[in-house]
Design a protein around this ligand. Structure first.
Ligand SMILES: Nc1nc2c(ncn2[C@@H]2O[C@H](COP(=O)(O)OP(=O)(O)O)[C@@H](O)[C@H]2O)c(=O)[nH]1
Ligand SMILES: [Mg+2]
Length: 199
């Protein structure tokens, strides 16, 4: 099967939604707290270490970064990180407004990948994002990343307990373990993306 992600190319960085590329075709957005591992996940999926900028300093990327796949009608989006402690209330509010607007209005958005550090899952911001997906009927897939940081047993029990929490919340979402460092879980994400992006 063709790998559509290896040729991912940086398109543009939008400081706000008005600067996003034209709302046509299909795009999948990656959301998550600052430092959760969003940019690393995108790089891992594209097998390109230098595609999305990763950072040891959380809270740096405040823009929406767009990447094209085979052509500009299929895109991946690295959303600005949220929930960074040092960010002011005003900035947090602004971020919430943007995300709400993006999820409500963006027609080409065909699914959301929520990236959570397996050691710090389901923060209030993650739950906000999950709620927003529910409200706007956006398909949701959750990556529990940095799974290399904990042992297999605890990783699987975290996976199951989050699945149960989501079930109790009435949320329909798929979820999986992922590691950018160990490169595990890639094929499952490609499968989800292929389906959403109609490859
Ligand atoms: N051990 C481990 N570290 C990771 C993994 N993914 C990301 N990181 C590290 O976590 C930090 C933040 O990653 P980044 O992708 O920039 O997070 P973002 O802010 O969500 O885009 C960086 O230092 C990465 O090297 C992973 O799967 N395993
Ligand atoms: Mg990032």
């Amino acid at each position: 099967m063709k790998n559509h992600y290896r040729n991912a190319t940086f398109l543009l960085s939008a400081p706000s939604l008005e600067h996003a590329p034209e709302d046509t075709g299909l795009e999948v957005a990656f959301a998550g707290r600052s430092n959760a591992g969003k940019s690393s996940a995108i790089n891992t999926l594209a097998n390109n270490k230098t595609l999305a900028r990763t950072s040891k300093t959380p809270g740096r990327t405040q823009a929406l970064n767009f990447f094209t796949l085979d052509d500009d009608q299929r895109r991946l989006v690295d959303l600005p990180g949220y929930g960074y402690a040092k960010v002011s209330e005003k900035v947090k509010k602004k971020w919430q407004q943007y995300m709400t607007e993006y999820l409500h209005k963006r027609r080409s958005l065909c699914g959301l990948i929520l990236v959570m550090d397996i050691r710090h899952p389901m923060s209030p911001f993650d739950v906000d994002m999950i709620d927003l997906c529910q409200q706007t009927n956006r398909p949701l897939h959750i990556l529990l990343t940095k799974s290399d940081k904990i042992k297999k047993g605890p990783a699987n029990s975290t996976l199951h307990s989050i699945a149960k929490t989501l079930g109790d919340m009435g949320v329909e979402a798929s979820l999986q373990l992922f590691s950018s460092h160990k490169k595990t879980g890639i094929e499952d994400v490609h499968g989800v993306l292929n389906e959403w992006l109609e490859f």
